[in-house]
Design a protein around this ligand. Structure first.
Ligand code: FAD
Length: 412
């Protein structure tokens, strides 16, 4: 282990915070991690995500020896895409991924990583960190990383209006973790169904506390028919509402879900968020600076399933930059440059995700339609979930999209 005298505080124990804290510990840094929940509380709490992660993000965990669930979690071999206006399949195709993805219930992963962190000699503090705690940490550490996700404390980072086109949530999310979903006939896949003007439905095969399961994720346009969970009173009612909506909008998916039961009472989640990009550095009242990480700075709507992937990749970029810094100070210029290095990647995620929130432009519909006949195009769309930089420019620009679409063979 390389030894370093530098001390680093990480506030927030999610995907990014723990990956960074464990990575820094492994390189010999003194790490103080502040979590507002114990491992037990995380495990006994509610689900937080559907957390599908693709090969490149999984590789960042693997490099640190943190991928403990490879054998147990279902290997997600590909993706399926359906466009279903008026409860009818208009477009339908599937594509295998070059390497499998996986989803490990964050309750399972975070609880395990918290214990691993203390076992590795990290200092864990259980507290809801506010500005006073940040001041104390900034005074006693060489660097403070704020990885509190959508937590209140993230608001100390100013919104970047230029990079944030939305001022209100664009979807309402409702997730149910279930056992008993009827499997697909073909390979294990994450399924995406798009209901124009209504929202999306995703199925993510996952590993939860009670073994393999499926996450059913409805993502609805606010005020629309899928925005139906605000008055739900119990987890069972949440699943019932989900099934009724599936029967109305995606009847073939309702059939698959007919016998589904919740994995546990904490296996439901409902909420909404405003996609937002923030300034990377916050100045505390003392003048000391802290650096934001992952969702604190770039939070996207979950419809492209990128947040955990980006959190892992952000942790990876920051870890390299911290190690490369040697004994130089972690000043504001370094903080900004470190974030911009991540943003060089994350801007592609944000552009792609934000572009899917309004009604799909004609060239995107044409691409999806053509993917039914062009397996190579279908694969490139699927690989975009692993690395959205590969979608540039053809996903975004009508001219470039047209060049991807092969002419249909003439009918004889
Ligand atoms: C419905 C839904 C489905 C999603 N599905 C996917 C998906 O399939 N694939 C994907 O890649 N992403 C998905 N995401 C996004 C993904 O879950 C997040 O982007 C990712 O977890 C962000 O990681 P993070 O480490 O930045 O923050 P988080 O995982 O949110 O971690 C932040 C941690 O900080 C803690 N905290 C907050 N405030 C404080 C404080 N003041 N003091 C101490 N601790 C604090 C929180 O409790 C939390 O544990 C989904 C999100 C939602 C809402």
């Amino acid at each position: 282990m390389k030894h370093s005298t530098r001390s680093i505080a990480v506030v927030g124990a999610g995907q990014a915070g723990l990956q960074l804290a464990l990575g820094l510990r492994r390189s010999g840094h003194h790490v103080t991690l502040v979590s507002n929940r114990t491992a037990r509380q995380v495990l006994d709490g509610r689900v937080m995500s559907t957390q599908i992660m693709f090969a490149d993000a999984l590789e960042t965990e693997r490099r640190l020896g943190l991928d403990h669930w490879q054998g147990e979690a279902p290997a997600i071999e590909g993706l399926t895409f359906t466009v279903a206006p008026d409860a009818v399949k208009a477009i339908d195709f599937e594509a295998r991924l070059a390497a499998p993805g996986q989803s490990v219930d964050q309750r399972v992963k975070i609880a395990a990583w918290l214990e691993e962190f203390t076992a590795a000699g990290g200092e864990l503090r259980i507290a809801e960190a506010g500005v006073a705690e940040l001041e104390e940490l900034a005074a006693s550490h060489d660097l403070v990383l704020v990885t509190a996700g959508k937590g209140e404390i993230s608001r100390i980072f100013e919104r970047d209006a230029e990079r944030s086109p939305f001022t209100a949530p664009q979807r309402v999310a409702a997730v149910s973790y279930v056992h008993g979903l009827r499997p697909r006939d073909s390979f294990v896949a994450c399924s995406a169904s798009l209901m124009p003007g209504v929202g999306e439905y995703f199925i993510v095969p996952a590993l939860t506390k009670s073994g393999p399961c499926d996450c059913l994720f409805l993502n609805g346009v606010p005020g629309g028919p899928l925005d139906a969970f605000a008055d739900v009173r119990s987890p069972e009612e949440h699943l019932d509402v989900t099934k009724k909506l599936l029967a109305e909008f995606l009847p073939w998916e309702a059939e698959r879900a007919a016998d589904a039961v919740l994995t546990d009472p904490g296996g439901v989640l409902a909420g909404r968020l405003t996609p937002t990009v923030r300034e990377p550095v916050a100045t505390l009242p003392s003048g000391r600076k802290v650096l934001g990480v992952a969702d604190v700075l770039v939070v996207n709507d979950p419809l492209t399933g990128q947040g955990s992937n980006s959190a892992a990749k952000c942790a990876d970029v920051y870890l390299r930059e911290i190690l490369a810094r040697g004994d130089e100070p972690f000043d504001a210029d370094w903080m900004t440059a470190t974030f911009e290095r991540f943003w060089e990647y994350a801007r592609h995620v944000t552009r792609w995700t934000n572009g899917l929130l309004p009604p799909a432009p004609a060239h995107v519909v044409d691409l999806l339609d053509a993917a039914q006949r062009q397996p190579g195009l279908a694969s490139r769309i699927a690989e975009g979930f692993n690395n959205p930089t590969g979608l540039d420019p053809w996903w975004h620009e009508p001219e470039a999209a047209r060049r991807e679409i092969l002419p249909e063979p003439a009918v004889r």
